[in-house]
Design a protein around this ligand. Structure first.
Ligand SMILES: [Zn+2]
Ligand SMILES: [Zn+2]
Length: 330
């Protein structure tokens, strides 16, 4: 039903691409991260809660339509629908059905609870296209509450030492999840890098409850940030903007922080293992729950995951991705 074309995953029966990396006539988008939502297609279709985010990402010229979760649409001889993936606001698995059966393209997904988005929905299918960003047995996440408690403790330690807490995280998804999780334990204002403001605003418009935020650069000159928590994108690290923060400790919130070598290499004072992707047990559990006889893995550790699935008796392979560079939202 889906084939790999020059622009990426293509459905001939429905005449559309899923998350194409090249220009396409019609692009169905799982979510707004840069390795999935690329500019240059003639028309876009996404899940309704993703629409505003996609508009901000692609600009006013893009033709964007949206479908509510679970509502089916007929394209050619295929029926398509979007279902929650639990990854970030508006993230969707795309279910495609035709006379030959059912495919589900999961995009990025996680099973852990996230106050900023609808929970992952298990869909039965014949072929399941799964992500494998963290498709190795070393990747196992702790409970979110434990990670949030670590962040709070680090922030309090820094405050006692009159340091600023600079927490790096991805701009779409992770920043808002941290702001929503912290709202359970404090009501303080969190300072953010200006590059984060637009997407935080989009989440607020969508009704996601988060801590109040203020932009660092909009504060009066000479304003000190010691004792405050500041969220910033990785791209701000080492830039002159950091000088505004004064004496600070830096941390990074990502599943990548599970690996000691990565922690050392990136040289953050602290790593917080908070991921918006399924860990190894969640990948295996999800694949089993779909009942799929055939699984295709893509992104990250696709080959090790596919090999393991073959060992347990599934028909499994990998799908290429043309995306180069760091994926967003780990
Ligand atoms: Zn993503
Ligand atoms: Zn991704």
């Amino acid at each position: 039903m889906l084939i790999e074309g020059p622009s990426g995953l293509f459905c001939p029966a429905g005449g559309f691409h899923v998350d194409p990396w090249g220009p396409a006539e019609r692009a169905l988008i799982t979510h707004v991260h840069g390795d999935h939502a690329r500019p240059g297609s003639q028309a876009y279709l996404c899940a309704e809660p993703s629409r505003r985010l996609l508009e901000r990402r692609l600009g006013p010229e893009a033709r964007i339509e949206a479908l509510p979760y679970s509502e089916a649409l007929t394209l050619g001889s295929a029926r398509v629908s979007f279902h929650p993936a639990g990854h970030i606001l508006g993230s969707a698995q795309i279910r495609i059905e035709d006379a030959d059966g059912v495919w589900v393209v999961a995009g990025d997904y996680k099973r852990a609870a996230d106050p900023t988005c609808a929970p992952f929905e298990v869909l039965r299918c014949d072929t399941f296209v799964t992500e494998s960003t963290f498709g190795l047995p070393i990747y196992r996440w702790d409970r979110t509450e434990a990670i949030v408690a670590e962040i709070v403790e680090w922030w309090e330690d820094n405050e006692r030492a009159q340091r600023t807490s600079a927490l790096f995280c991805y701009t779409v998804g992770k920043a808002q999840r941290i702001l929503a999780e912290l709202a359970r334990v404090t009501d303080r204002t969190i300072f953010v890098h200006g590059a984060m403001s637009s997407m935080i605003e989009a989440y607020r418009e969508a009704g996601v409850r988060m801590l109040p935020t203020a932009s660092v650069t909009e504060q009066a000159k000479g304003r000190k940030f010691s004792g405050e928590l500041v969220l910033a994108p990785l791209s701000a690290r080492g830039t002159p903007w950091m000088r505004r923060l004064g004496v600070h400790s830096d941390g990074f919130a990502s599943g990548l922080m599970r690996v000691r070598g990565v922690r050392r290499q990136r040289a953050f004072d602290r790593g917080f293992v908070l991921s918006d992707h399924a860990d190894w047990p969640a990948l295996l559990e999800t694949i089993a729950e779909t009942g799929a006889g055939r699984v295709l893995a893509t992104h990250g550790h696709a080959e090790p995951l596919a090999r393991h699935l073959r060992e347990i008796g599934l028909d499994a392979g990998t799908m290429r991705t043309a995306w180069e560079g760091e994926p967003e939202g780990d």
